[in-house]
Design a protein around this ligand. Structure first.
Ligand code: GLN
Length: 543
């Protein structure tokens, strides 16, 4: 190996890192995000993490909230070794109760549960506020969500904050940097929570605030180069979406044309999309890209799948791997024949941190915790069959961090802010049977809708928007003639995490304008509807 077997470090080894141990709270990932907003690197691991299995030393540890009660028989408990590590610890809600549990087990079910806003009073000692509340006002608005409480102050701790219902809303060890708080500083409902997290991470743990995208990009480029070596080749699929484009551009920066990007045209991309992606990636970003036109294969195969969205998705996913694999073999052969090149050893995947979090979040004592493997649905057959190793340069990043990286790498704004587009593309926006004619109709309508959204300056306010073609016909009258034609359904949603979504509230003039244009310009359509369903109960896509 070109790097003599010594690989540059992963972020938790090269940046001061706060380790967040997850007890299954719905907010755990927010703790990590807030710290990174403070330019402090943070990673999350399940609460069951054994300290002796950790190959790096955190600057501090945060114990998250969680839905369990520490006194239950099957409640999760942290490896007691964290208390011997000599690094500062902050317990949040369940985390506070967990600290108390390790120090006398005095936690009970409360008579009054607290959900929502509370007024917190920070306690002063000899005129000084505890380090955790440094530079914070004495009276703070905080957000609570708990039913259990500490029955007594654990030995050697003192109280650093109280609320009306929680005499132990904040506690600190008398001599060691161990803190617990009953409220959630990571949610926006605790306006000064970010300052408190800064006090912990920077003031108490002394973590450097050096998590910046410039630094990460430099380190990641060096890491990729060392990993791949001087001759190694990397293969990757691109879709024109943000993640795969940013990952591809980073690979190109790292190893140039030894990165081979493949775009599979499945015949269900948007209007002019393939040409545009090709132009941006090759001309603008300089990426070594092969476009495989497999549209006939996909569209012929989709014939006859009328009422089974899963079958559509399965067929498209499977065919994608077939096409991609065949192309990989061709590239591999060409690469092997070239004197300066080596074998394709790696497969690039644009996995993001939320996928990683999803696969490692603590799901409870009764459920097995999923492992890191197969995050994001790899073409497993390829990986195993051809012995490709996975390379995932974005797996530590949140979406907004990926966008920031994209900007640094010179990727155009339009591409960076692009709405997500599903792998099966328009095939799952043509309800019922997918035919060339149906795809063409949906494509045109979608193009008009998105064009109008952009013209109205609304694109960046909407998280995802598209037109779908419904498999029904309705009666209309056009040019005094009765027509019997299909219906387009428009959908636009706003969401931060895509787990829940609200519909976007267009004004009527806008919707009317889009409707008129679609009926006038798209043959076969005589009606346009707007989908008013939020998620849940609807999903964002129609199939
Ligand atoms: N389940 C615990 C309680 O109800 C902790 C809750 C939490 O961490 N948000 O008090």
């Amino acid at each position: 190996m070109a790097n003599n077997g010594v690989l540059p470090d992963e972020p938790h080894k090269s940046f001061d890192t706060i380790l967040t141990l997850d007890f299954g709270s719905q907010y755990t990932h927010l703790i990590t995000r807030r710290l990174r907003e403070l330019n402090v690197y943070s990673e999350m691991l399940p609460c069951t993490q054994k300290i002796e299995d950790l190959s790096w030393k955190p600057k501090g540890i945060i114990l998250s909230g969680g839905p369990y009660s520490v006194y239950d028989d099957d409640a999760p408990h942290v490896d007691p070794a964290i208390f011997e590590l000599g690094v500062p610890i902050l317990g949040i809600c369940y985390g506070l109760q967990e600290i108390a549990w390790h120090n006398g087990k005095n936690v009970v079910a409360g008579t009054e549960r607290e959900f929502g806003h509370s007024e917190l009073k920070a306690k002063r000692f000899d005129g000084h506020v505890d380090l955790l509340f440094k530079d914070l006002e004495d009276d703070l608005k905080v957000w609570m969500s708990h039913g259990d409480k500490l029955a007594a102050l654990p030995p050697s701790f003192h109280i650093i904050a109280t609320t009306k219902n929680a005499p132990f809303a904040g506690i600190a060890h008398e001599t060691k940097p161990v803190y617990g708080i009953q409220f959630h500083p990571e949610v926006t409902h605790t306006p000064r929570g970010i300052k408190l997290l800064e006090n912990f991470a920077v003031g108490i743990c002394k973590a450097k605030q050096d998590w910046t995208m410039d630094k990460f990009v430099d380190k990641e480029l060096a890491r990729i180069r060392a990993l791949v070596g001087e001759k190694g080749q990397v293969l990757g699929a691109v879709s024109g979406g943000v993640d795969s484009t940013v990952a591809a551009k980073l690979m190109h920066e790292a190893i140039g044309d030894r990165f081979h990007a493949v775009l599979v045209d499945n015949g269900c991309m948007r209007l002019n999309e393939c040409e545009q992606v090709k132009k941006t990636l090759t001309e603008h970003l300089g990426i070594n890209l092969t476009v495989v036109d497999a549209s006939d294969l996909f569209l012929d195969g989709l014939k006859g799948i009328t009422d089974n969205p899963e079958a559509k998705r399965k067929f498209i996913g499977g065919t994608f791997i077939d096409v991609f694999e065949a192309e990989a073999l061709k590239i591999e052969k060409a690469a092997a024949d070239s004197p300066k090149a080596g074998k394709i050893e790696f497969f690039l995947q644009g996995t993001l941190y939320p996928d990683v979090i999803e696969s490692i979040s603590f799901k409870g004592p009764s459920q097995t915790i999923k492992t890191h493997h197969n995050v994001g649905g790899l073409p497993e057959r390829m990986m195993n069959g051809q012995g490709l190793k996975l390379i995932e340069p974005l797996r530590e990043l949140f979406k907004d961090e990926v966008r920031e990286m994209g900007r640094k790498l010179g990727i155009p704004h339009d591409l960076i802010m692009r709405h997500p587009f599903p792998g099966p593309g328009i095939a799952i926006r043509v309800l019922g049977e997918v035919t060339r004619e149906q795809v063409a109709i949906a494509r045109k309508a979608d193009y008009i809708f998105i064009e109008e959204i952009k013209a109205a300056g609304l694109y960046d306010q909407i998280s995802q928007a598209f037109a779908a073609l419904l498999p029904v016909k309705a009666v209309g009258v056009m040019g005094d003639k009765r027509v019997h034609q299909q219906v387009i359904s428009l959908r636009a949603v706003q969401t931060t995490d895509f787990m829940t979504a609200n519909i976007f509230r267009f004004d009527w003039d806008f919707l009317e304008r889009v409707s008129t244009r679609i009926v006038n310009e798209v043959d076969g359509i005589c009606r346009v509807e707007y989908d008013l369903t939020s998620k849940p109960p609807g999903t964002i896509e129609m199939e």
